[in-house]
Design a protein around this ligand. Structure first.
Ligand code: P6P
Length: 312
């Protein structure tokens, strides 16, 4: 066996090793952020392990309650949320937590308070749990403005103020293609779409520039759909429609973290009106339309919305 390849195979890079290596580049750092990330990783490892055993552990099925979105909570939702909340509080590095599963924000007791605000969806795509489709955890991290005076405004910051974001399906760090061959949307909502979205999806199916039609891929689990978009390119859309004028996806713990990652990978993310990360949320469970993916693909939908505005 080639010794170099063999050495590479056993020189394992884990997220913990990566984070600590990064921290060691800043000798003046106290390691607070590394400690926070290590507690998020703990939560992610629990979710991944538990989801893998869910069928055996009889953890599938409804918990009999519904979350703030009115969606039926499954046992794994409840368990995962509890694990993340306890891990984040015990880290001693957080002051406010916003979870998709909790109606109100959690203000950490001052005795355990740190300087970070974490917004997260502990188990995104939970409706897909029973059929084995990829699901995941999405998170974003803000810095508190004043640790002595923590308010809800600390998590109602624009996404561009996020220090970091991530999800539990770890793909290799990647630069996505500038233009892709896949579009990802729930076509079942087509009758309720606005004109620009309708025109864009039509262009995906019937290109007017002689290019091949894009392929439609839609899992219905944002983590899986965005993960594929990051790796293969193309565009993921959850537009507003007549039923849901603000779209379905939540700004703080779905739109912002995935937009943050997409921009880092060279793509972009648009709400139909503005750059997603420029949004300033007014409520912790606020929703927004979202068009995110390869830079040039998103440019096309931006041009259609701009043309619509000029025609109005
Ligand atoms: P629809 C899962 O319930 C979720 O919040 C996202 O993960 C996913 O992108 C979206 O909703 C799917 O919604 O209406 O297409 O089923």
């Amino acid at each position: 066996m080639d010794h170099e390849a063999d050495a590479h195979r056993t020189d394992l890079m884990t997220i913990t090793r990566y984070v600590l290596n990064e921290q060691s580049r800043y000798p003046e750092s106290r390691g607070d952020f590394s400690i926070l990330l290590s507690h998020i990783v703990l939560g992610c490892k629990f979710v991944c392990t538990t989801v893998n055993k869910a069928g055996l552990a009889k953890l599938l099925g409804l918990a009999g309650e519904t979350n703030v979105q009115g969606e039926e909570q499954k046992k794994l939702d409840v368990l995962s949320n509890e694990v993340f909340v306890k891990a984040l509080i015990s880290s001693g590095r957080t002051c406010i937590l916003v979870s998709e599963e909790d109606e109100e924000a959690t203000f950490v007791d001052p005795s355990l308070r740190g300087k970070y605000c974490v917004v997260f969806d502990p188990l995104d795509g939970s409706s897909n749990i029973d059929c084995g489709v990829s699901i995941g955890t999405i998170f974003g991290i803000y810095m508190v403005k004043d640790k002595e005076n923590v308010t809800i405004d600390d998590v109602l910051q624009p996404g561009k103020n996020m220090l970091a974001a991530g999800y539990c399906m770890y793909g290799s760090s990647c630069m996505i293609p500038k233009k892709g061959k896949i579009y990802s949307v729930n076509e079942g909502n087509a009758k309720n779409w606005d004109r620009p979205t309708t025109k864009y999806v039509e262009k995906c199916k019937f290109p007017d520039d002689g290019s091949s039609p894009k392929s439609l891929r839609y899992v219905g689990s944002m983590v899986a759909d965005v993960h594929r978009t990051l790796l293969y390119g193309g565009i993921f859309l959850y537009p507003s429609d007549k039923k849901s004028p603000d779209g379905k996806l939540r700004v703080l713990y779905e739109v912002f973290p995935m937009s943050f990652l997409m921009e880092q990978a060279g793509g972009q993310s648009f709400t139909g009106k503005q750059r997603a990360l420029d949004l300033v949320p007014t409520k912790i469970h606020e929703r927004s339309p979202i068009f995110l993916g390869s830079y040039d693909d998103v440019e096309e939908i931006k041009a259609l919305y701009a043309a619509e505005e000029n025609n109005d």
